[in-house]
Design a binder for this molecule. Sequence first.
Ligand SMILES: Nc1ncnc2c1ncn2[C@@H]1O[C@H](COP(=O)(O)OP(=O)(O)OP(=O)(O)O)[C@@H](O)[C@H]1O
Ligand SMILES: [Mg+2]
Length: 465
Amino acid sequence: MRKKGRILLLDDDELIISMLARALRKEGYETQLLYSSVQAVEKIIAWQPDMMLLDIELGEELNGLDILRLLHDENIKFPVVMLTGDDSSESAIRALRYGASDYLHKPFNIEEVKIVVGRILRDARLQDEIAYLKKTNIAALSQNFVGNSPIISKLLQDARRIAEAGVPLVLITGSSGTGKEVLARKIHCWRFAERDDFESIPYIAINCTALPENLIEGELFGHVKGAFTDAKTDKKGVFELADGGTLLLDEIGDMRADLQGKLLRVLEQRTVRRVGGNIDLPIDVNIIVSTNRELRKQVSDGLFREDLFYRLNSFLIDIPPLKERDADVLLLVDYFLQIFAKKYSKQPVTTIAKDAEKLMLDYEWPGNVRELRNMIERCVVMEDTEKLTASCLPLDIGGRQSMAQERRKEFQILLPEEGISLEDVEKELFHLALERTNHNMTRAAKLLKVSYDVFRYQAKKYGLL
Ligand SMILES: Nc1ncnc2c1ncn2[C@@H]1O[C@H](COP(=O)(O)OP(=O)(O)OP(=O)(O)O)[C@@H](O)[C@H]1O
Ligand SMILES: [Mg+2]
């Protein structure tokens, strides 16, 4: 059986602690006993306990408080519970000041000892977990949004301005794999990086489609006990959890209509009401909403509330597909080559052959940066090379590239003998733009450098919608 935790007991009263230790071992804990403070700190450190029960009055040169202080000086962090025979709690309270977690009075009530030990080990485990998750979160937050194409440089500049101004609601759109989550984290950093308590400012991301239908509302807004069958306790929603920091609502485009209404209410009133609750709790959260859907189209198809769309649309950042930012492709290739060489302890690729470069620049990248990242990861793992050549790249990149070339050929305009109407040329261009962008009208309009409204009007006129 796995031990529940390692507990060290230090008391000069052998009888008392052997009795205590026996009770704890019965509960599944591993124990170690020390009866004297001589070289105690070295012994404690060597045994690496998960927690310690430490007598205050050791009747020796060093008492419990001295040991506590020495451990503190050594930066030893496990929880220590003081044992005291003193009726007044004075010295125990002093111990709490020095960092002890709790204290127990002699003579012991064994049941109380078991409860306290169980609680303290549980809390310590949670603290470790939180520290680990925070570290992972901070590592993710510090990831850079790589790109220096003119369009991305401008986008980053705008995003930074929006973040630093403290705009409380931002919409990020872009096809799958373009880096919406990376940008959301960047915005959080720009907004809060200056703060001393940056590491404790929450950044919470929730994928609005990844949760089962019956749970999503409770996850978003929280619930009170008994609000529905599974609501066994009160629960905070993500708006409350992210209070004072950033909340990313990912994949908002597919949110249920009734939840869209509730979300709009939260955004407008800046308060949240738990499911089944009757008080509105004020929230102070920077909300970033993201989607790979074209929200405008979702609105015209009756799938997304128009009022919510306008509310979200004031600060819109649209990340263009990778295909539209050639300058970033090679930069990202370099970046991922380095990252993965480090991750897999491989020699970094130092040169990229011209044929590989061309292949990658001609490619459509339907999966955007995510696809590029995965491809480079595969190359780094599978190849032992200092030079990346076309043959290192997965075959279908070549196959799809020739499709792209085919399409380009299709679109060579050959002016026929009898001439052609400009209108037909324009219609073909609109058709191609829609095809290229997977019917994303915002982007299609951008490709042809016309406004969204003009694009929509013309495309309708040509019967393309
Ligand atoms: N500009 C960038 N710099 C560095 N890494 C990037 C960049 N853009 C995307 N990535 C990487 O590509 C992958 C996909 O990015 P991300 O998850 O942000 O995409 P997304 O737009 O949220 O996609 P989806 O709509 O599918 O959720 C991640 O591994 C991310 O680290
Ligand atoms: Mg995403």
